[in-house]
Design a protein around this ligand. Structure first.
Ligand SMILES: NC(=O)c1ccc[n+]([C@@H]2O[C@H](COP(=O)([O-])OP(=O)(O)OC[C@H]3O[C@@H](n4cnc5c(N)ncnc54)[C@H](O)[C@@H]3O)[C@@H](O)[C@H]2O)c1
Length: 435
C-alpha cells in the first residue's frame, strides 16, 4: 500500500487520528465535531491553562458546551496537550491558529510559520496537513509547502497538503460544522482526495476546488463581500442622515424585494477577528502585485469612521440637553462585537469608548457576556443594569443588541439613548437618536 492508500484506509476505518493545532473559536469546535464522529483527536495549544481546563472537561468557547466536551474527554476521543511532540501520534493535522494584522495592517502569519516548523520538526511524512486559518492566496504553497518538503519529502506522495477555510459563525445554531458546506483545495489531486475523505467523516457537503490558493481566495471573497456591503450600507446611512431619511426604513423596505437585493444593516463599525481583518490580507497581497484593492480600501475607510459617527450622535443628543460630552455620564450597552457572544476582538465598542473617554466622558458599560474590558487604557468592569444606572446616565449608547436586553425596561428608565443598532422599537419615555 502506498502512503495515500494507507491514510485513506485509516480514514475509512475511523482509525485515523487527528491533531488540531490551536484550540480557540475554530480549533475547539472542529476537534469536538471530529471526536463526536468517532475520530480520536489530540488538540495542541500553547496555553497550558486552556489545556488544563479542557482536560478537566471545561470549555471556554460558548459554542462548545461542557456537556459536549466532558464525555469526549472521558471516553478518550479528545484530549488536549501543550506538547507538539504529541503530533507524532496523529495521521492528519489541522492548523487553526490566529492570523492577525501587524501594526501596519500587514498580515502576521508568524503563528502559522512557527507551527509549521514544529510540524516539520516532528515529521509530516505520511500525514495530511490542512491549514484552516484565514490567509492570503498563496500562503499554503508559498509558506507551508517549502517547510514541509525541506527534508526531501514530496507533496502528494510522501505527505498531503490542503487548505480548507473555516466558516464557523460563533453563536449560530442553525448552521454548524456538520451542515455548513466546506470548501477544500489540495496542493495535488491526491492531496485533495485525502482531505475530502477526512472531512467527509464529519461534513455533509465538502466542496472541492482546484487549488489551495482558490480555497484561500474563496474565504477572502466571502468576508470581503460582507465588509464591502456593510461599508455600502454605512455610507447609505450617512447619506440618509444628510437627506433627513430613516436608513432603517429604507433598508427594511428595499429588503421586501424578493430577488436581487440582500439586506445589510448599518452599525457602529466592524468587529470580530474576521471581517475587519481578512480583507486586509487580500489588499496586502494585491499591493505586492502592484494593484490597489479599491473596494476594500474604501469600505475600510467608511467602516472605520463609524465609531466617530456614533460619538457625533452622542454629542448632538447631549447638546439638545445643553450638555457637553466632557463630564457627561455615558453608559455603553453591549461591548461584544456582535449579539449573544462574549468576543470583544476588534469590537467597535472599544473605539466608541476610546473616543468618548478622549472627549472627557465618564464611561461605564454593561454587557451580560463580557465581565471585563480594557479600552482607552482603562480596565472597565461591566456594571449592573439597574434602574438607577439608567437614570443616572446622561446618555445610553447601544452598541451591541444582545437578545437578553429588556428594551422596555431600558426605555422606561433611560433619558437619552443613542441606538446604533435600531434595537429600540418603542421609545416609551426615552428620547432615542438613531443612526
Ligand atoms: N473566530 C471565528 O469566528 C473565525 C471564523 C472563521 C475563520 N477564522 C480564522 O481561524 C483562525 C483561528 O481563529 P480563532 O478565532 O480560532 O483564534 P483564537 O485566538 O480563538 O484561537 C487560537 C488558539 O491558538 C492558540 N495558539 C496561539 N499560538 C499557538 C501556537 N504557536 N501553537 C499552538 N497553539 C497556539 C491560542 O492559545 C488559542 O487558543 C484565524 O485565521 C481566523 O481568522 C476564525
Amino acid at each position: 500500500m502506498n502512503t495515500k492508500e494507507q491514510i485513506l484506509t485509516k480514514v475509512a476505518n475511523r482509525e485515523a487520528k487527528l491533531g488540531v493545532v490551536g484550540l480557540g473559536y475554530v480549533g475547539l469546535p472542529l476537534s469536538v465535531a471530529f471526536a463526536q464522529a468517532g475520530v480520536a483527536v489530540i488538540g495542541i495549544d500553547i496555553d497550558q491553562k486552556k489545556v488544563n481546563m479542557l482536560n478537566s472537561g471545561q470549555s471556554y468557547v460558548e459554542d462548545v458546551p461542557d456537556t459536549d466536551l466532558a464525555p469526549l474527554i472521558k471516553n478518550g476521543c479528545f484530549r488536549a496537550s501543550a506538547d507538539f511532540a504529541d503530533l507524532v501520534l496523529v495521521d492528519a493535522i489541522a492548523i487553526c491558529l490566529p492570523t492577525p494584522l501587524g501594526e501596519t495592517k500587514d498580515p502576521d502569519i508568524s503563528f502559522i510559520i512557527n507551527a509549521t516548523d514544529q510540524i516539520a520538526h516532528y515529521g509530516a511524512t505520511g500525514k495530511l496537513v490542512v491549514l484552516e486559518s484565514t490567509t492570503y492566496p498563496g500562503t499554503t504553497e508559498e509558506v507551508i509547502l517549502p517547510r514541509l518538503s525541506n527534508n526531501g519529502d514530496q507533496v502528494g506522495r510522501d505527505f498531503f497538503l490542503a487548505f480548507s477555510p473555516e466558516r464557523i459563525d460563533p453563536g449560530r445554531t442553525d448552521y454548524n460544522m456538520f451542515n455548513t458546506p466546506k470548501v477544500i483545495g489540495g496542493t495535488t489531486p491526491d492531496c485533495l482526495e485525502v482531505a475530502l475523505a477526512l472531512y467527509g467523516t464529519v461534513v455533509q457537503n465538502p466542496i472541492p476546488v482546484s487549488s489551495t490558493a482558490t480555497a484561500e481566495m474563496v474565504k477572502l471573497l466571502e468576508n470581503t463581500f460582507r465588509a464591502v456591503n456593510i461599508g455600502l450600507v454605512n455610507e447609505i446611512a450617512l447619506m440618509c442622515d444628510k437627506l433627513g431619511l430613516d436608513v432603517w426604513e429604507v433598508v427594511g423596505a428595499a429588503a421586501t424585494k424578493p430577488y436581487g437585493f440582500m439586506p445589510f444593516y448599518p452599525g457602529p463599525g466592524l468587529g470580530g477577528h474576521c471581517i475587519p481583518v481578512d480583507p486586509h490580507y487580500l489588499s496586502w497581497k494585491l499591493r505586492t502585485l502592484n494593484y490597489t484593492a479599491r473596494f476594500i480600501e474604501l469600505a475600510h475607510d467608511i467602516n472605520s469612521h463609524m465609531p466617530d459617527y456614533v460619538v457625533e450622535k452622542v454629542a448632538l443628543g447631549l447638546n439638545e440637553d445643553r450638555k457637553a460630552i466632557n463630564g457627561s455620564k455615558v453608559l455603553v450597552l453591549g461591548v461584544a462585537y456582535k449579539p449573544n457572544i462574549g468576543d470583544v476582538r476588534e469590537s467597535p465598542a472599544i473605539d466608541v469608548i476610546d473616543l468618548l473617554e478622549e472627549r472627557g466622558a465618564e464611561v461605564t458599560y454593561h454587557d451580560p457576556y463580557v465581565e471585563k474590558l480594557v479600552a482607552a487604557g482603562i480596565s472597565f468592569h461591566s456594571i449592573k443594569l439597574t434602574q438607577e444606572a439608567l437614570e443616572q446616565a446622561d446618555c445610553v449608547v447601544i452598541v451591541t443588541n444582545h437578545a437578553d436586553y429588556d428594551w422596555d425596561f431600558i426605555t422606561e428608565h433611560a433619558g437619552l439613548i443613542v441606538d446604533s443598532r435600531n434595537a429600540i422599537k418603542n421609545a416609551s419615555k426615552s428620547r432615542v437618536v438613531r443612526l
